[in-house]
Design a protein around this ligand. Structure first.
Ligand SMILES: N[C@@H](CCC(=O)N[C@@H](CS)C(=O)NCC(=O)O)C(=O)O
Length: 205
């Protein structure tokens, strides 16, 4: 198998496993545990940051979940999941950077303090503050979705997958999206795609 994906599905590797599923790729899943295995010499040789996901595509090693998904979509689905035109390509980058810089941190803060940390170590105020901070970018996303069903138009693309795969934390983080009905509807549609369901199934294994 040419493609290897490193990282358990309960990590940000979920994003790349979802993408690989959308693309129908045959891949080897190497279930590197983010809590115990990412700092081993073998893993650091792949990703000196000590993180997952990482891919090895026939000897080409790449890390950073958004970059991995943009690369896979462009290589295996140009003109479909990866947009054909220069401007839409730039918009896919725009939304991917936006997801990482505008929503990932507050989502993670809420997730850790509402669902991941042991109950006696959770900071409810930090989680509430993070949810409050999310209102502004979620409003931006809701506004974008007023123009079309998906971020680049009618069709689901890598832009939707990348942002929705970050926002997959919203549910376990108990983020109330009712003030952003278009976001809620779009996120539901993204999450119900067969490849998204299959990637969530991998999280239960
Ligand atoms: N910006 C990176 C973040 C990757 C990251 O922090 N992954 C976590 C798991 S979700 C990890 O590997 N943590 C283990 C560690 O840092 O040792 C990406 O999106 O790929």
């Amino acid at each position: 198998m040419a493609l290897k994906i490193y990282g358990v599905a309960r990590s940000r590797a979920f994003r790349s496993l979802w993408m690989a599923g959308e693309l129908g790729l045959d891949y080897e899943h190497i279930k590197v545990d983010f809590a115990t295995e990412t700092r081993s010499p073998a893993h650091l040789a792949l990703n000196p940051n000590g993180h997952v996901p990482v891919i090895d595509d026939g000897g080409f090693v790449l890390w950073e979940s958004m970059a991995i998904n943009l690369y896979l979509a462009k290589k295996y689905s140009a003109g479909k999941l990866y947009p054909a035109g220069l401007e839409d390509e730039a918009r896919a980058w725009q939304w991917s950077f936006w997801g990482m810089t505008e929503i990932e941190r507050p989502l993670l803060t809420a997730l850790l303090n509402r669902a991941v940390y042991p109950e006696n170590q959770r900071d409810a105020a930090a989680a509430d503050g993070a949810e409050k901070a999310l209102a502004q970018p979620l409003g931006v996303l809701d506004g974008a979705l007023a123009r079309a069903a998906n971020l680049l138009g009618d069709n689901f693309t890598v832009a939707d997958l990348n942002v929705a795969s970050i926002l997959a934390w919203a549910r376990p983080a108990q983020i109330d999206t009712s003030a952003f009905p278009r976001v809620a509807e779009w996120l539901k549609n993204c999450a119900e795609r067969p490849a998204a369901r299959a990637a969530r199934q991998l999280q239960r294994e």
